[in-house]
Design a protein around this ligand. Structure first.
Ligand code: GRF
Length: 192
């Protein structure tokens, strides 16, 4: 097969979507390979999981950079390029990006968000969906643009909101849908 697209995954925490991306990349016909998992938190559990999966990992802590977000992103960008990344997948990366990194990777940076965007950008999406009385929830894979959770939708998956759902039970149902959607959306993006 032709060479696979090189993807770096940015995380801040447990890395279950990252794991889904890595698992899917093991399929012989997967059009991408994960070449780096990069975290802004050295203690992120996902770094351990990635290393166990044999993927190169790196942490670039944002704290020493203080308020200078762009200088932190400059260090991230250098690491991404050093790894040969052609695409970047945000997977629970919990920092808002500045236009610096967003523009550097325009059209090649994707995010997974736990709501049916444009509904419920930002945090606490499941509680907001339940409180609104929504019958359906879901997740969205979208390209990253300067506005938070605003970029063009690549793909979405819908799940039901069930009677008696709590934010936790709904989150678990949506998360399972994320794990199926994200590898598919990323594969679609790199094959465009
Ligand atoms: C996921 O719900 C994702 O949609 C959101 O952050 C969460 C990350 O979870 N952006 P994980 O680290 O992938 O387990």
């Amino acid at each position: 097969m032709t060479e696979r697209a090189k993807v770096a995954v940015l995380i801040s925490g447990r890395g279950s979507n990252m794991t889904a991306l890595i698992e899917a990349s093991k399929a012989p016909d997967c059009p991408y390979a994960v070449v780096l998992v990069l975290s802004n938190k050295p203690e992120a559990e996902g770094l351990v999981l990635a290393a166990e999966a044999g993927i190169p990992t790196l942490a670039i802590d944002h704290k020493p950079f203080g308020a200078d977000r762009e200088r932190h992103e400059c260090a991230l960008d250098a690491a991404l390029r050093e790894a040969g990344a052609e695409y970047v997948a945000l997977a629970g990366y919990m920092r808002v990006l500045t236009p610096y990194l967003v523009e550097a990777w325009a059209g090649r940076m994707i995010n997974i968000h736990p709501s049916l965007l444009p509904k419920y950008p930002g945090l606490d999406t499941h509680r907001r969906a339940i409180e609104a009385g929504d019958k359906e929830a879901g997740c969205t894979a979208h390209l990253v643009t300067a506005g938070v959770d605003e970029g063009p939708v690549v793909d979405q998956a819908v799940v039901p909101v069930l009677p008696g759902d709590t934010p936790e039970t709904l989150a678990a149902r949506v998360l399972a849908a994320e794990h199926a959607l994200y590898p598919r959306a990323l594969a679609g993006l790199v094959a465009r």
